[in-house]
Design a protein around this ligand. Structure first.
Ligand code: C2O
Ligand code: CU
Length: 512
């Protein structure tokens, strides 16, 4: 168990991760090199320094700032030690004892990336590419950045140890900018702030704590054994425990990501002031939405404006009001509106943000019904599966490139919702509809017990990750393209993803 250390809140200033400079740049492309390293960093005034793994030896990793349609080449390099410093469970698929523990592969989450550069879980590599996974293809990845302006993030995606590599610190932010965004005159520069939120636990010496077995001791379990899932007891933003940010009485734009392994955040301002939401995972909404509270599951993002202009002299806390939150995890960070206004705030808070192409249900070529089910593995641990299948089972999601499909995700697991993430595509949430679970379990057919509910107001834009609650069919629609090849979809609770809750997708070109 982690020793409960009471860390004083709001004593460290919120850090802003550095922007990464390319090694080379020309008119429409740039080339970067990023090395994963072990290092130590202070995560709180009274703690540490803490041993971490990070891109360029930082946590979070350095931020990419790229333009839409700029081709970005990145040589991701691994300089990590041979041994992991967190408990590796060698009984889970892809993490066998014969495999090197210091392996890694990088995925750009939310990106439309050619398959060879998507960071397939089995395309891992070790230091100097000495050892590589069975599906390793290339050292330099290509990102075409064809999305609209948005905030993506990059993180580790190694089969069997993603939860450990990300927990160790392998995650960073990636901004795509475009002219349209510029024309909106949103708060920018010092007034646009990324918030990468995670939970972590610590040992008394300041080192990271990650459990090596589930709470209930069971002699039959392997050691170390995966726990599923794991919620840690301390909240960090941009790599600091409960930081504060001094702000001016004006509008700020916050780009918020939940990069926790499994924790569900429900964010709300203590002052009850609204968030003006302008974007979601995949970029701008059509129109600004005023919200007081929103849920972010692992990997979900929002783009919001907070207006501090009426709050000069006050301090307020960004709260996590998720029901299961403890006093420790109910606070995220503090804003202090104590800095006098430097100059008049000329930024805008536009209502209309631009067009968004909505896919009508009628153009879907196929509707897939995919269950989320829980069984037990050979050690009696719960095993959550997609469509009842394991990672290595034959590919069932084969999709013709550029066709539109509706996926109806039928959640039969009586527990927290699972954040389901698809690579390559942005999708729209159609609805969530309650159904008779026991009838479905007996007959395999759906009887709905209520009307379909539209997505939450803050989920109406393009998404790449969606919360799928128990007892509901969550329906999404997406166009699968423009690339062909092998991708994945999975639960973004990393403890689930590492333990079979991930499946391949094959995008193919039909020859007629
Ligand atoms: Cu953020 Cu496949 O992951
Ligand atoms: Cu899950």
């Amino acid at each position: 168990m982690p020793v409960k250390i009471k860390l004083k809140k709001f004593v460290d200033e919120l850090p802003i991760p550095n922007t990464l400079s390319p090694k080379k740049r020309d008119y429409h492309s740039s080339y970067y090199e990023v090395t994963m390293k072990e290092f130590s960093q202070k995560l709180h005034r009274d703690l540490g320094p803490t041993r971490l793994w990070g891109y360029e030896g930082m946590f979070p990793g350095p931020t990419f700032e790229v333009m839409k349609n700029e081709t970005v080449f990145v040589k991701w390099m691994n300089d990590l030690p041979k041994k992991h410093f967190l408990p590796v469970d060698t009984t889970i698929h892809g993490s066998e004892i014969t495999l090197p523990e210091g392996r890694s592969v990088v995925h750009l989450h939310g990106g439309r990336t050619p398959a060879h550069s998507d960071g397939y879980p089995e395309a891992w590599f070790t230091r100097n590419f000495e050892q590589t996974g069975p599906l390793f293809e290339r050292e330099v990845y290509t990102y075409p950045n064809m999305e609209r302006a948005t905030m993506l993030w990059y993180h580790d995606h190694t089969v069997g140890i993603t939860r450990l590599n990300i927990y160790a610190g392998l995650a960073g932010l990636y901004f795509i900018r475009d002219e349209h965004e510029r024309s909106l005159n949103l708060p920018k520069g010092n007034y646009e702030i990324p918030l990468l939120i995670v939970d972590r636990s610590f040992n008394s010496d300041g080192s990271l704590y990650y459990p090596s077995k589930p709470d209930q001791t069971d002699a039959a379990l392997p050691h170390p054994s995966l726990v599923s899932p794991f919620d840690a007891d301390t909240i960090l933003v941009n790599g600091k425990v409960y930081p504060y940010l001094d702000v001016e009485p004006r509008k700020y734009r916050f780009r918020i990501l939940n990069a926790s392994n499994s924790r569900i955040l429900t964010l709300r301002m203590e002052s009850n002031q609204p968030f003006y939401q302008i974007g979601t995972d995949g970029g701008f909404l059509e129109t600004t939405v005023k919200i007081n509270e929103f849920i972010l599951m692992s990997a979900e993002r929002v783009d919001v404006i907070i207006d501090f202009s009426q709050y000069y002299g006050q301090t307020m806390i960004l709260k996590n009001v998720t029901k299961s939150a403890s006093p420790e995890t109910a606070d995220v960070m503090q804003f202090r509106v104590t800095v006098p206004l430097r100059s008049t705030d000329t930024s805008s808070l536009p209502f209309y943000l631009g067009n968004m192409e909505r896919l009508p249900r009628t153009i879907a070529k196929k509707t897939r019904y995919l269950t989320l089910v829980r069984i037990k593995d050979q050690y009696g641990r719960s095993l959550n599966l997609l469509g009842g299948k394991m990672w290595m089972d034959r590919i069932s999601e084969k999709i013709e490139v550029d066709t539109v499909e509706i996926w109806r995700i039928i959640n039969l697991i009586d527990d927290d919702p699972h954040p389901i993430h698809l690579h390559l595509v942005d999708f729209q949430i159609l609805d969530r509809q309650p159904f008779d679970v026991s009838h479905f379990q007996k007959t395999g057919s759906l009887i709905f017990t209520g009307p379909p509910a539209p997505p939450n107001p803050y989920e109406t834009g393009l998404k790449d990750t969606v919360g799928t609650p128990f007892g509901y069919v969550t329906s999404i629609i997406a166009r699968f393209g423009p690339f062909t090849g092998r991708y994945v979809w999975h639960c973004h609770m990393l403890e689930h993803e590492d333990h079979e809750m991930m499946r391949p997708i094959e995008i193919f070109k039909a020859y007629r």
